[in-house]
Design a protein around this ligand. Structure first.
Ligand code: R5P
Length: 319
């Protein structure tokens, strides 16, 4: 009998680099699997090593081609369950459809709930994800969901950048809880912008509650998609006399070409989503969250507390 660790880590195709980084942080490497897609567009998967009785992690960020990567993840889970894995933990750095989490108007779906049902039905034992758009999505599952935070990694990256007299600004009401935690960690003030979404691609932002005149600003949010929210928020802060404007945003979907024309000094963004052309921008500073996922996965393996990971992460420094 071999003395290999009881766990195995596999990665789907959405962001293999992150899978490798996580495995590396755990002193391990990715499990062997292959994909052979059919000419009609169907996904084919083959697990090339024994998983019987093993605890398995599958890393798949559901970004860029969410429908394809969701289906690929479901197929991977099915293959692992049928190969007698003891447990299958889905590690989903970016959870797609999270913004469709309620019926805001008549005759619309709650697609985040549908995604949860699909994952559970496929046989997943636990979900590890990061900065879910709303934490209530955990309640769509009847299995454990651990929502990890990128904030400590951002705070570490931001400290020492010479940012002075900082106000943390929430670009909308939805990010207030996140902003409050950042402000507390960084010993900063907080402000909130009044934003209204006009449609999937356009937002309107005007008034700001708080003080940004003659202060450096850190805008915090969970998602950068079209960049409309960040651009408008930068405009509001600048018009009210902000000095340097920084942003910390967890999931960089970065659709289109908006960053160049956005009045931001530096955008801190994690690696939950694979890189795009926009990542070549000098304005972007990547913050890897692979160590955070690796730590949480080790907690799962050793039945240790995941929330205790954050107990020593609040520097309470004034930047
Ligand atoms: C919305 O509630 C989210 O937290 C983000 O503010 C939003 O998804 C960003 O989208 P965009 O970059 O397209 O404005």
């Amino acid at each position: 009998m071999s003395h290999s660790p009881s766990f195995l880590i596999f990665s789907g195709r959405s962001h293999r680099e992150l899978g490798e980084r996580i495995a590396n942080c755990m002193g391990s490497s990715l499990g062997d699997l292959s994909f052979e897609d059919f000419p009609d567009g169907e996904i084919g998967v083959q697990i090339n090593e024994n998983v019987r009785g093993r605890d398995v992690f599958v890393v798949q960020s559901m970004a860029r081609r969410p429908n394809f990567y969701l289906m690929e993840l479901l197929i991977l889970i099915d293959a692992l369950k049928r190969a007698s894995a003891r447990s299958v933990v889905a590690v989903i750095p970016y959870f797609c459809y999270a913004r469709q989490d309620r019926k805001e108007k008549g005759r619309v779906p709650i697609t985040a709930r549908l995604v949860a049902d699909l994952l559970e039905r496929a046989g997943v034992s636990r979900i590890l994800t990061m900065d879910l758009h709303t934490e209530q999505i955990q309640g769509f599952f009847n299995i454990p969901v651990d929502n990890l935070y990128a904030r400590p990694a951002f705070v570490e990256a931001i400290c020492g950048k010479g940012i002075r007299d900082l106000t943390v600004v929430n670009p909308d009401i939805g990010s207030v809880k996140l902003g409050r935690a950042f402000a507390s960690d960084l010993g900063a003030d907080m402000a909130i912008i009044n934003k209204r979404r006009l449609d999937a691609e356009r937002v309107e932002a005007n008034a700001l509650i708080g003080e940004v005149a003659d202060r450096d600003v850190l805008l915090v949010d969970d998602i950068y998609s079209t960049g409309g929210t960040l651009k408008k928020a930068c405009g509001v802060c600048r018009s009210l006399g902000a000095r340097k404007i920084y942003a910390a945003i967890t999931h960089g979907l970065i659709i289109g070409d908006t960053l160049a024309s956005t009045d931001v000094e530096k955008l801190f963004i994690t690696d939950t989503v694979s890189f795009s052309r926009e990542d070549l921008s000098e304005k972007i500073e990547r913050v890897s969250v692979a160590p955070v996922f690796a730590k949480a996965m080790l907690c799962v393996i050793h039945d240790a507390s995941i929330s205790s990971m954050y107990q020593h992460c609040s520097p309470k420094v004034s930047v």
